[in-house]
Design a protein around this ligand. Structure first.
Ligand SMILES: Cc1cc2nc3c(=O)[nH]c(=O)nc-3n(C[C@H](O)[C@H](O)[C@H](O)COP(=O)(O)OP(=O)(O)OC[C@H]3O[C@@H](n4cnc5c(N)ncnc54)[C@H](O)[C@@H]3O)c2cc1C
Length: 389
């Protein structure tokens, strides 16, 4: 009987796991049964959400139906996952109970817009498709004033995204001819822009923001939004005004995983960082945003991607025997598009994630407008490789 591989989540980690397994087993005589479950019918390419907000992309240009996986012999089930029972090797969903031999959990983080008072009425964000489309409407009506971009904590998808969004807005508002009567300010917990990634990256981002007249306010520990005053307050009493407020919603660990024996009442499950196997249930692999903060890795698609390939290799070793391929590469890259400028930073997290000492070792692989094309090429390659029409 062939091994049953069940993948929970059709985001970055789940999609790459399914495709990597398909690729490994394509020409093998032994093949596992691969099933992927997601509550969404579409996989969305999140790095392009800001482009949707700016009107550069429409939703259908950055998403594909997950049912396209069926063309590769991967079963896709559109269902809400209700519970995970690793003791019985079962997952309960709205479409029934699924058994597995190997489980890959890549259920991501959850957005929690209710966590901050007045957030839902006052703030916009391109951290979801709906949020990106709401921001697009707000930008269409925006005639100038204070644009305030900031974060309420450190756990949010894609740490560089707020800086990218500020740069893209500067570019767009200049094109619209209303940049002179608009100021753009970023507030963040770190002392400098991306200073937690070390000076090589921070210096370049600070220079770009400076060239664009974007103000950075550091060490700003978010406290509250005051809708009457149209201001955001920090815990130390400082305040910043806004006409348009852009903030990622609070993120929280995935509730299905948090409520399962995998997490045992804690926020995050405990995995072996060498393999991403659950410490107690060795046939359960957990990758991506649902676990990465607990192993000192950033919530980024590229990390989930490398984890997914590594996990697929480990499953293949058990199914067919043999060689594990490459070990996991703890590296994150982000193509930062600032409209008329762009940067490709890369960070290596070995120190942070193995020795628990930071910061990561970072550098800038490229800078210039042409890097923007790399982002477009990557978006096209993503769909061509993983959800081919
Ligand atoms: C604006 C923005 C820009 C970004 N830019 C970059 C970038 O340039 N580079 C980069 O590396 N990363 C970037 N990211 C981050 C990246 O997209 C995420 O880190 C990545 O998608 C995480 O992958 P994941 O598989 O862990 O989770 P996700 O991609 O979030 O996938 C989780 C999946 O699980 C499903 N799910 C969750 N709960 C359930 C349930 N109960 N039942 C059924 N299905 C469920 C969800 O529907 C979802 O499809 C960006 C993110 C944003 C928002």
């Amino acid at each position: 009987m062939s091994a049953k591989v069940l993948i929970l989540g059709g985001g970055s980690g789940g999609l790459v796991t399914a495709n990597s397994l398909h690729h490994i087993f394509k020409n093998k005589s032994v093949k596992p049964e691969i099933t992927l479950i997601d509550k969404n019918q579409y996989h969305e390419f999140m790095p392009s959400y800001p482009w949707v907000a700016l009107g550069y992309r429409d939703p259908d240009e950055i998403r594909r139906p997950l049912s396209l996986l069926e063309k590769k012999g991967i079963r896709y089930v559109n269902a809400v996952i209700k519970s995970i029972n690793p003791n019985k090797r079962e997952v309960e969903t709205t479409e029934g109970v699924f058994e597995y031999d190997f489980l890959v959990v890549s259920l991501g983080a959850e957005l929690n817009p209710d966590a901050i008072e007045h957030y839902k009425e006052e703030a916009h964000h391109p951290w979801s498709m709906k949020g990106a489309l709401n921001l697009r409407r707000a930008l269409k009506d925006f005639k100038g004033g204070h644009i305030l971009i900031g974060v309420q904590g450190m756990y949010y998808r894609c740490p560089p995204a707020p800086f990218e969004i500020a740069g893209q807005l500067d570019f767009m508002l200049r094109a619209k001819g209303i940049r002179d009567n608009t100021d753009i300010t970023i507030f963040h917990l770190t002392p400098g822009p991306l200073s937690n990634m070390g000076p090589a990256i921070s210096t370049v981002i600070a220079e770009i923001l400076n060239n664009k007249g974007v103000k950075f306010v550091g060490n700003f520990e978010f406290e509250r939004i005051s809708p009457q005053e149209k201001k955001v307050y920090a815990k130390d009493g400082r305040s910043l005004p806004y006409d348009l407020l852009i903030m990622p919603p609070a993120h929280k660990p995935n509730s299905v995983v948090a409520n399962s024996p995998l997490s045992n009442g804690k926020d995050f499950p405990v995995v072996d960082p060498e393999t991403f196997r659950h410490i107690k249930y060795s046939n359960v692999f957990i990758i991506g945003d649902v676990v990465n903060p607990a192993v000192n890795l950033p919530p980024a698609g590229v990390v989930a991607h490398f984890q997914a390939e590594f996990v697929a290799n480990q499953i293949a070793v058990e199914v067919i025997g043999g060689y594990v391929g490459e070990s996991f590469t703890p590296v994150a890259m982000c193509i930062m598009d600032f409209g008329d400028d762009a940067v490709l930073p890369m960070c290596e997290f070995t120190k942070v994630y193995k020795d628990l000492s930071g910061p990561p070792t970072c550098g800038v692989l490229g800078r210039g407008k042409e890097i923007r094309l790399v982002k477009e090429a990557f978006e096209a390659m993503w769909f061509a490789n993983y959800l081919t029409k």
